[in-house]
Every structure is written in structure tokens, then in C-alpha cells.
Design a protein around this ligand. Structure first.
Ligand SMILES: Nc1nc2c(ncn2[C@@H]2O[C@H](COP(=O)(O)OP(=O)(O)OP(=O)(O)O)[C@@H](O)[C@H]2O)c(=O)[nH]1
Ligand SMILES: [Mg+2]
Length: 210
């Protein structure tokens, strides 16, 4: 199975989001964790999304259509220490604004470096997804960098997140088929949820999904 993905548009805020009924799968994670590379791997394309050795490559929300009723959104990465404070704040509000407003979010994929495990930001994202009943998929990235003997410990680091990670590598293709299946499954099951105000996420995500 291949995901037939096409770049559609970049957005810096809600006015730029596409108007469509597609279920969207958002890829979120720290800068340089491998979001754009993972999208390319899912689509079996080298060049669909721009990747870079330098953190902070993706600075907008990039929307990709997949087949007839699915879309993937490549989010800009957070937590890049060298980014100017104002730019980092702009990116955080762009990502949070998207997550709270988007009604047809079918799943949130949180990417976490396998060697690092979840930190505060990822635990916050997981709590937010749980509050909103957004299906959460955790991906441990760059697993090709783990020695065989390190894999169990890497998986154990993900415990606090509350979901088992899919161990992935875009270099050797590990986990990509499984992730693709999970994404398609979430998209099929997708439900709409009403938008929140943008700052509800950082503050106290209210349960309006009951
Ligand atoms: N070893 C290894 N390197 C990877 C893997 N996936 C991505 N990388 C490398 O990690 C770096 C960052 O990848 P990107 O896909 O651009 O990361 P990103 O999360 O989109 O980064 P931002 O757009 O800055 O948020 C690049 O040098 C990639 O080649 C992987 O599975 N294994
Ligand atoms: Mg990127």
C-alpha cells in the first residue's frame, strides 16, 4: 500500500487552512525529530516534503492531500533552542491554534526521538489529545540509531505517554507499513469535533467532546 500524497498548500493561520471534508492526520514533534522525512517515507517519495539536517526547516503548516478523503499535515517543529524567541512563539501558536481549531482532525501523530523519549511537550500533547478524544499515535523515530540491546529500554521510556510507540526508521523502512495502516484506520474511523478557542489548549482544555 502506498499513500498517494500531493502538496496542496502552506498556511500560517486558520485563514490559510484548506476547506475540505478530508480527515486530517497531523504530524507533530520537536524540530529535527523527522516529521517531514516520515511523511516522505509514508508517501514513498524522496522530495514531497522538504527535510533538512538543520532544525527549524518547516516554518508553516503544510497540507498534503492523500487519495480521495485523507490529508496529512506536516507541522512546524517546536523546541528548537536556537530559534529566536518571537519565532518560536509564533510557531507554537500556529501549531496549538491548528490543533484546537481543526474539526476534522482524525489523529495526532506525535514523533519522538527513540533515544530521547517523551518530554514535557509530548506529554502535554498526549494529555491534550486524550481530553479531546483525538486518537494519538506515538512514533519513536530514527530507530536505526538504536543498538539491538537498546530497543527495550527505548520502548520503556515511552511508558509515561500511555500509548505504545511504533518504532520507525525512514532509513531502513522499519515501522512505516504499520504506521500507514494505523493512519488509514484512524481516517476511516474519523469523527468531527467542535473547534475550541486557540488558547484553551495551553490553559485548561475543556471537555466539550462529550
Ligand atoms: N538516522 C536517521 N535520520 C533521520 C531519520 N528521519 C529523519 N532523519 C534525519 O533527521 C533530520 C531532520 O529530518 P526532518 O524530516 O527534516 O525533520 P523535521 O521534524 O521535519 O524538522 P523541522 O521541519 O525542523 O521541524 C534530517 O537530517 C533527516 O535526514 C531516520 O529515520 N533515521
Ligand atoms: Mg519538517
Amino acid at each position: 500500500m502506498r499513500l498517494e500524497a500531493k502538496f496542496v498548500t502552506s498556511a500560517f493561520g486558520p485563514e490559510g487552512y484548506p476547506h475540505w471534508e478530508r480527515g486530517e492526520i497531523a504530524l507533530a514533534g520537536r524540530s529535527n525529530v523527522g516529521k517531514s522525512s516520515l511523511l516522505n517515507a509514508l508517501a514513498a517519495s524522496q522530495s514531497l516534503a522538504r527535510t533538512s539536517r538543520t532544525p527549524g526547516r518547516t516554518r508553516a503548516l503544510n497540507f498534503f492531500s492523500v487519495g480521495d478523503d485523507l490529508a496529512i499535515v506536516d507541522l512546524p517543529g517546536y523546541g528548537f533552542a536556537k530559534m529566536a524567541r518571537a519565532e518560536a512563539a509564533r510557531i507554537a501558536s500556529m501549531m496549538n491554534g491548528y490543533l484546537v481549531r481543526r474539526e476534522h482532525l482524525a489523529a495526532l501523530v506525535v514523533l519522538i526521538d527513540a533515544r530521547r523519549g517523551p518530554q514535557r511537550e509530548e506529554l502535554d500533547l498526549a494529555a491534550f489529545a486524550a481530553e479531546r478524544s483525538i486518537p494519538l499515535i506515538a512514533v519513536a523515530t530514527k530507530c536505526d540509531k538504536l543498538r539491538r540491546s537498546e530497543r527495550a529500554a527505548a520502548t520503556a521510556r515511552f511508558k509515561p505517554l500511555g500509548v505504545e510507540p511504533i518504532l520507525c526508521s525512514t532509513l531502513d523502512g522499519e515501522g512505516i507499513d504499520e504506521l500507514r495502516r494505523r493512519i488509514v484506520g484512524c481516517a476511516r474511523a474519523g469523527t468531527r469535533r467542535p473547534a475550541l478557542e486557540a488558547d484553551d489548549m495551553a490553559a485548561d482544555p475543556s471537555r466539550d467532546d462529550a
